[in-house]
Write a protein that binds this ligand. Sequence first.
Ligand code: GLN
Length: 484
Amino acid sequence: MPHRYSLSTLRDMLRQGEISSVELTRHFLERIERFTDLNAFITVDAEGALAAADTADQAIAQGSQAPLIGLPIAHKDIFCTRGILTSCGSKILSNFISPYDATVVEHMHRDGAVLLGKTNMDEFAMGSSNETSFFGPVRNPWDRARVPGGSSGGSAAAVAARLVPAATGTDTGGSIRQPAAFCGLTGLKPSYGRVSRYGMIAFASSLDQAGPLAQSAEDAALLLASMAGFDPRDSTSMTQVTPDYEATLEMDLTGLKLGLPREFFDESVDGQVLQGVRDALTIFEQMGAQLIDVELPNSAAGIPCYYVIAPAEASSNLARFDGVRYGHRAADCEDLLALYEKTRAEGFGEEVKRRILIGTYALSAGYYDAYYLKAQKIRRIIAEDFDRAFKQCDIIAGPTAPTSAFGLGEKAEDPVAMYLNDIFTNTVNLAGLPALSLPAGFDHSGLPIGLQFIGRFMDEGRLLGAAHRYQQVTNWHQQLPEGF
Ligand code: GLN
């Protein structure tokens, strides 16, 4: 039952010759086939995966020490993959075969990973439930009547169901952390600039970051080390050398200051989620950490601020989908304008259109100062809140999302209810900080609860280390949903 093992364990097994990459790849491909009802994948590349696994086995036989050699992984369908469909969950790209690989894809390929396929996602990463995908909703393996979270819902469901040992995601306002919380995984959004955005289809360029969705902090460390690093093709990529995240996992928690923002522990949060988070924090206290009260007074401005800036950037980024250069093209158009209009009307879903409309409006003459400029000022104030809090503590802790996984269809018709899911996550993107969600138990319905850790800029190592210590004394992260 190789799917019961973590990525790190599988790596050791491969190196010691206890299993081959081809065997492992076959096993996971069979599981993907068996659990298609989850709708976690948009594309499965069985042939390519088996060929890559065979190459990896030969490299292992020759003593390769590549960090991910022979390990099956999956990419969110937002990452461009040469020769394989990259749809971004949209009809408008439902026939788009990328001519090149994203940097993240390139890095993981370089390190020997075997790509099984591309995972389902909210259209253009806009959503918190994976219900805006052109390819249909993804089901949460813990309860198929519930959402896996979004927008990286396919990656989260696939890893939770162990259809793949680990996967990539992207996070613009919470899309790695919230699905990690809903599916019982460890998901990390790195600092802005830590991971290259080259070849990652842009939603809101000043907020987007790629990161891992994994079974544990240890596995997330392994993946981040491969994904991260300076890339001259992304002008916002940081030049810092990527730390050895695995080496810093064994961290001493004595004296570590965990700041608990008053604003994250109020009555808007589900009682069972709050209890789970508090219980987890007690364990940290027992291991030597100190719990401190902090304040993030402008947290409530996060949602309105984010939902001006993200759509504004999206409206500009999505202007490139016009039926001329790539993707879907409407038939029978009398002139160029009609081609644009018809293509975009047919190609985009409702939520994407809503964002383009809001964003275009917020950027238009006369409204720019009232909305966009104001949102930029609020963004700065939110970042300053974090700066102040980090003078008192090393990590900010709280719930990842206000509830556990909600029902399919429950919020689909109410955009604002959906947006409110991001209340604890999107301020982090506005400030460019790293943050991680880790499993902290289950509610009475057996649904996972997520604990969020927010760190100082470029301090991913500390988040991973603290999460790892907790995972050494708890086993929430090792539980599998029933039937998988
Ligand atoms: N739920 C947020 C949104 O819809 C965040 C999405 C994301 O992080 N990609 O914009």
